[in-house]
Design a protein around this ligand. Structure first.
Ligand SMILES: Nc1ncnc2c1ncn2[C@@H]1O[C@H](COP(=O)(O)OP(=O)(O)OP(=O)(O)O)[C@@H](O)[C@H]1O
Length: 274
């Protein structure tokens, strides 16, 4: 099995507005199987556009102007993401890649029990499963993300923000994807809850072997959770290295500027959750 899960080559995205915005410029990167890759950079540098673009989730006026995305499936098949038709792409997105959006916890349906919402994922994407199998999976998922199966009949408003975000992570985990893309998944939560959830994500990816692309402008947080970090500036990746290297020996001028803009990095480094 290839050690590279996802290979992005020369990827560019332009927002076709007046004047056009070159949001992502000739980005190339390899994502290793099982790694957490942090994508850092200040607001507007193109993180979200890149992450959405490689899953072809962008809508007009966004135009992908160059690049290829190759997904080395666990089955051994190499999937050229650009060649998938709409239906294949829909399936690919659920089966191989899942996404946790910023503020996703507010995307839960307020009038449907969380267990039911998780069950729906299996009903739609695993129609061969019967009710008993679905319920067993849902309970296991709720245990895995430490919500607890006893909450299966809870409504979203009965849970804290952190718990709701864990439910969203359970949903993203449901079909056992090989890649999870997380866009500021914990930004709205308080620091302790955030840390607990990060610890959990790190542990789950060890258990299941999926890779994570973790997007945030919070570089200190990325230093704690990521194996490698890509620093983006104005649509380009200016530096990509292990978290240790970025922290101890940043080579790019902009990386140094970014590091120095976080006062909490100038003191003691937090406990690594990896
Ligand atoms: N629909 C759009 N139309 C025009 N320009 C856009 C559109 N969406 C994003 N952009 C521009 O593309 C650039 C990259 O935006 P993007 O949202 O990818 O950055 P980001 O790093 O994810 O920022 P943030 O951390 O604030 O989410 C920015 O200059 C932004 O203004």
């Amino acid at each position: 099995m290839s050690e590279t899960l996802l290979s992005v080559q020369d990827f560019s995205v332009v927002y076709d507005v007046d004047p056009p915005v070159e949001a992502v410029k000739n980005v190339s990167l390899d994502l290793h199987r099982g790694e957490i890759l942090g994508l850092a950079g200040e607001s507007g540098c193109g993180k979200t556009t890149l992450a959405y673009g490689i899953q072809r989730l962008l809508k007009p006026p966004a135009v992908i102007t160059s690049g290829s995305v190759l997904f080395n499936d666990a089955s051994g098949e190499a999937i050229d993401v650009n060649s998938l038709d709409a239906e294949e792409m829909r399936r690919f997105r659920w089966d191989k890649i899942s996404m946790v959006f910023q503020g996703a916890m507010n995307a839960l349906n307020p009038v449907v029990q969380i267990g039911r919402q998780l069950e729906d994922v299996f009903e739609v994407h695993r129609p061969e499963m019967n009710r008993r199998q679905r319920l067993a999976e849902v309970k296991e998922l709720l245990e895995l993300v430490k919500v607890g199966e006893q909450r299966i009949r809870s409504y979203p408003h009965e849970l804290s923000g952190g718990m709701r975000q864990r439910v969203m992570i359970a949903m993203a985990l449901a079909l056992r994807p090989q890649l999870m893309v997380m866009d500021e998944p914990t930004t709205a939560l308080d620091v302790l809850v955030q840390r607990e959830i990060l610890r959990q994500i790190s542990q789950l990816r060890r258990q299941f072997g999926f890779s994570v692309i973790f997007i945030t402008h919070d570089l200190p947080l990325l230093l704690e959770i990521s194996d490698r970090i890509a620093i983006m500036k104005d649509g380009e990746i200016v530096e990509l290295a292990t978290a240790e290297r970025i922290w101890n020996d940043p080579r790019d001028e902009y990386t140094r500027t970014l590091l120095s803009s976080f006062p909490r990095l100038t003191g003691e480094k937090g406990v690594l959750v990896r």
